[in-house]
Design a protein around this ligand. Structure first.
Ligand SMILES: [Zn+2]
Length: 118
């Protein structure tokens, strides 16, 4: 596990996340995830392994359907930074492409079948 710095595009939203994107990444086929196409790295313990550094007031939240999952994005640049999935809202995943030094195209994410929950 490594602690990464992460940010949106405009830099308002920054965070630290402890994860291993090479073994803990997923893509999801639900109606939202297939449109945005992000590879998400799972944070083992959101209480200790994720820290929002800046941009709390810049974060927008999107919910749909059962409104259980929470999808967070920067309201200024539109970049999707992290989410709490419907399957387990206590879990947190970060957008692997927002992590410094991580090439999301080099990851081999597992598939989450979110479509069957749609
Ligand atoms: Zn931004």
């Amino acid at each position: 596990m490594t602690t990464y710095r992460g940010s949106c595009h405009c830099g308002r939203v920054t965070f630290e996340a402890r994860t291993d994107p090479f073994t803990r990444s997923v893509v999801c086929n639900c109606s939202l995830c297939r449109r945005r196409g992000a590879v998400m790295a799972t944070i083992a313990d959101p209480e200790t392994d994720f820290r929002l550094l800046t941009g709390e007031d810049a974060i927008g939240e999107y919910r749909f359907h059962t409104r259980t999952a929470r999808h967070y994005f920067c309201r200024y640049c539109g970049i999707y930074t992290h989410h709490r999935p419907r399957s387990d809202p206590s879990m947190l995943r970060v957008n692997a492409a927002c992590l410094e030094g991580v090439d999301p195209s080099a990851l081999e994410p597992a598939l989450v079948d979110g479509r069957s929950l749609d």
